[in-house]
Design a protein. Structure first.
Length: 142
């Protein structure tokens, strides 16, 4: 079993875009030193303003989103500062850019989210065991 399963709660539709829509940067007002496997948790809040904004720009979104659980996994490759240019179309000025690669949806695992980056083992051990059961060591110990 891994020591940690670091997890980030993200509102929909952003969680969906990370896992299925090519969003390769997560914008945050704070930096992280974590790299490696990171699970994506879809919070219970759907950002309707973001949905409207994305649809007006031609992004095709599903009619509904999974909320309140783990929806994906990514490799967090690093974090750049707000004054460092990032060539991703998803990078926003004045934010830290969390660089995401190897983004994949996973079967939905319901659990509560948290603010900031959190360890799923510590805050939702049942969900962590379910993730390991579904994905095995090769998808956990990346």
């Amino acid at each position: 079993m891994p020591d940690q399963l670091m997890t980030l709660s993200v509102r929909q539709p952003w969680a969906w875009l990370i896992c299925r829509g090519g969003k390769n940067v997560e914008n945050r007002t704070w930096k992280t030193a974590h790299t490696g496997l990171m699970l994506i948790h879809a919070s219970k809040i759907v950002d309707s303003f973001a949905c409207d904004y994305l649809k007006r720009r031609g992004v095709s979104l599903p009619d509904s989103f999974e909320i309140g659980g783990i929806v994906g996994r990514v490799l967090l490759m690093g974090c750049t500062g707000p004054n460092i240019p990032c060539n991703s179309m998803w990078a926003e000025e004045d934010n830290f850019h969390w660089l995401l690669e190897d983004r994949h949806p996973v079967p939905f695992i319901p659990c509560r989210g948290r603010l900031c980056l959190f360890d799923l083992w510590k805050h939702s051990p049942d969900a962590a065991r379910e993730y390991v059961k579904l994905h095995g060591a090769e998808k956990v110990l990346v």
